[in-house]
Design a protein around this ligand. Sequence first.
Ligand code: IMP
Ligand code: MG
Length: 184
Amino acid sequence: MRRLHPDVERVLATEKQLNDICKKLAKKITEDYKDSGRDLVFVVILKGSILFATDLIRKIPLDCNIEFMKVSSYGAGTTSGFIQVHVDLKRDIKDADVILVEDIIDSGRTLEKLSQLLANRGAHSVKCCTLLDKPERRQVKLEADYTGMVIPDEFVVGYGLDYNERYRNLPYVGVLKRSVYESK
Ligand code: IMP
Ligand code: MG
């Protein structure tokens, strides 16, 4: 087994737990969409969600499309109320069932804005599937339709999640030591 990264204080979700979370979410999504008769499009929010999305989507035995969006919030470091779209969908989502795949919901602003954007493009439905949720940090009224794990208000990295683009390749989700970002 790989040793704990020295910048990680403790593990919140192990590889095994992450796999179980993906299984559970995949089962629920499969059940909910198996008889829809509409196009199913997973919109994977880059970059944080890619590891989660690949594990999740391969467990869903339904016909589907995978699309990517890359968005960022204005203002350095923190999440503000505006998002900018850097990578957009390559297909029309009119009348499709869309599932946004997100790594973590913090303030909720990213998913709020994205859901509105995709609904305005004529999607039949837009649902949100998030690996992690930090409800204590919420600034807008938003709840995911599928949530893997609720976590406390701490900065986490690994399994796709980064701090300054690092730690995405850790196979677990862990709390980053405060000294890593408070010394800067
Ligand atoms: P929201 O719009 O505030 O919900 O922002 C969610 C985005 O903030 C996520 O997609 C992440 O990119 C980033 N984020 C929020 N909390 C964390 C964290 O604990 N670790 C890594 N990224 C985070
Ligand atoms: Mg993200």
